[in-house]
Design a protein around this ligand. Sequence first.
Ligand SMILES: [Zn+2]
Length: 170
Amino acid sequence: MDTPQSTQVRPGNVHPFPAIKPDHRLVPARIGRTNDTSVIVYVECPTWCTEDHVAESVGDAVDISHASGSEGLYVRSLLKTVPTHELFAAIQADPAASDPRLRQAHIVVEDRGNEYAHLTPEMAEELADKAVSFASHLRSLARTARLHNTAGDSDPDMDEALRRVQGGAA
Ligand SMILES: [Zn+2]
């Protein structure tokens, strides 16, 4: 078994794994809060996990949890430079959680770290269906607002276009 060169691994620090679960691999993980006292162990990690378990040291092996990369949805406002809403979704699994539902791979949707919603795969699929419906609603709103803005003579873009034509600049 390969061990990182930067860390001394004594045999007593390595967890024996006679067999690895499907869709998992053994990865090094740092246990201990400081480099002086920390040790490297090997833990089973799901293939979808993108955590660096050596860089993200934990106090105890039971604190190791797994997370996938996160995809974000940013809602920008024409009045602000930073997004007003930020939604992120990722897979998480906490093998040592007291709640068995959190030991399973589940989807976490968070709003800029404010609140974490834990969803089963079925709940995530239901949310995805609602998001598709919401997207359709959003397109409908955009169409209506654009029609409203282009109807009538007071639209500044239309006025500018007319001025360009009349001025021969178009
Ligand atoms: Zn992991």
